[in-house]
Design a protein around this ligand. Structure first.
Ligand SMILES: N[C@@H](CCC(=O)N[C@@H](CS)C(=O)NCC(=O)O)C(=O)O
Length: 242
């Protein structure tokens, strides 16, 4: 069975066949924060899945038949249904599979989680701008300040809620949606951004105890090494460490 740590498929590879009985398939990349969202939800809900890693620097032509944007994550069901865009994959899993519901049932709470995700989606591109600038040896003060300011807003929200997690006192969907970027703060050398955010620091500590978070965690040095290769467009980046 294709595993989470299998080598990625690149140009010239054969498209995998039908999804095996009893499994759902995830097209992923080991270091992708968006695909990590889906992996977190698969784990949290105890869903049986297989992973096909894609070489994002040398994509197989067939991958565009799975997702016209050519991005991971993508889910594929036994019936051949394809689901892409990380929040959509996560909502699908939460709705299609039994077990613990990660989205709240209260309509306002659901809207709250979606609004927060929308706000967070304005933060993720700054990380990419920041790491590209860092690689080129440019001054990153402006991007750093932008991340700190935006994370400060999340700190305010968490303070107002007065709960450990964003959806209450246990982990819910929104925590998993934003976690992958917090896990990478140290690798991005952005931990300072949280120096005046004690609630977020406390939330991070609580998240690190979650079994799904623990199962999908990449250590800082490994991620840094990957990132260096990825930013250089190395064909080996996605298989770093295998
Ligand atoms: N909006 C997409 C973003 C996914 C995304 O950007 N994935 C990256 C990897 S972290 C990717 O597939 N990059 C390949 C490329 O840019 O060609 C989602 O939420 O799923």
């Amino acid at each position: 069975m294709a595993g989470e740590h299998s080598r990625s498929l690149g140009k010239g590879s054969t498209a995998p066949g039908a999804v095996p009985e009893g499994l759902i398939r995830l097209y992923s990349m080991r270091f992708c924060p968006f695909a990590q969202r889906t992996r977190l939800v698969l784990r949290a809900k105890g869903i049986s899945y297989e992973v096909i890693n894609i070489n994002l620097k040398n994509k197989p032509d067939w991958f565009f038949e799975k997702n016209p944007f050519g991005l991971v994550p993508v889910l594929e069901t036994r019936k051949g249904q394809l689901i892409y865009e990380s929040p959509i994959t996560c909502d699908y899993l939460d709705e299609a599979f039994p077990g613990k519901k990660l989205m709240p049932s209260d309509p306002y709470e659901r809207a709250f989680q979606k609004m927060l995700l929308e706000r967070f989606s304005k933060i993720t591109p700054i990380f990419f701008k920041y790491s590209a600038a860092l690689k080129d040896g440019q001054d990153t003060t402006a991007q750093k300040a932008e991340v700190t300011e935006k994370l400060g807003k999340l700190e305010e929200i968490l303070s107002k809620r007065n709960t450990t997690f964003f959806g209450g006192d246990s982990v819910s969907m929104i925590d998993y949606m934003i976690w992958p970027w917090f896990e990478r703060l140290e690798a991005f050398e952005l931990m300072d951004s949280l120096s005046r955010a004690p609630k977020l620091q406390h939330w991070m500590e609580a998240m690190k105890k979650d079994p799904a978070v623990q199962a999908t965690m990449t250590d800082t040095q490994t991620f840094k090494n990957f990132l260096q290769l990825y930013l250089k467009n190395s064909l080996e980046a996605c298989d770093y460490g295998l």
